[in-house]
Design a protein around this ligand. Sequence first.
Ligand SMILES: [Zn+2]
Length: 210
Amino acid sequence: MNETQSRDEIAKLAKSIFDRGLTFGSSGNISLRLDDGWLMTPTGSTMGDLDPARISKLDDDGNYLSGDKPTKENFLHMAMYEERPGTGAVVHLHSTHSVAVSCLADVDTKNVLPPITAYYVMKIGTLPLVPYFPPGDLNLAKAVREMAGKHHAVLLANHGPVVAGKSLHDAVYATEELEETARLFLLLKGHNTRFLTDEQVAALKTQLPS
Ligand SMILES: [Zn+2]
């Protein structure tokens, strides 16, 4: 994909995410790695109506270059790219069910969601909870950075998921799988549930993205 196609693809997928109620208002952001820098959704923009030409461009050092100013949450994205070479795109949403799970008091912070389905295990695998920090606190970037080396997906406490992928589609699909699994987890609460066994999970994890 060239830069123009990448801009169009970000706008198309962002609108699809917004139209399906996976993010609201001006929340949520997407970034994509280019040969000479990054594209990032602008601050204050709604994912439902992005102008591809106004998507922010950052140079190879992560400095703002052109378009509207990038999302204030750009540090979440950069932490993923810096700790995970090979990352092609990062998605961060305030998707309802994932946020709900991020607020639960009784979860395993090393791996928030149990292995409910095979697709979740293959697309996310392990999901650590990043402790809560207020918006704009750079300690949040530090905390994400510490986990990003080992995990392509993390859940920010009382906030939402950050998911890296080799491509934009990989990152979007994994984020959607996480949101659906969070929804299933909440639906199953209070029900006696048969989760996948350790052996079943181990067999699936051989198919995880690196
Ligand atoms: Zn956020």
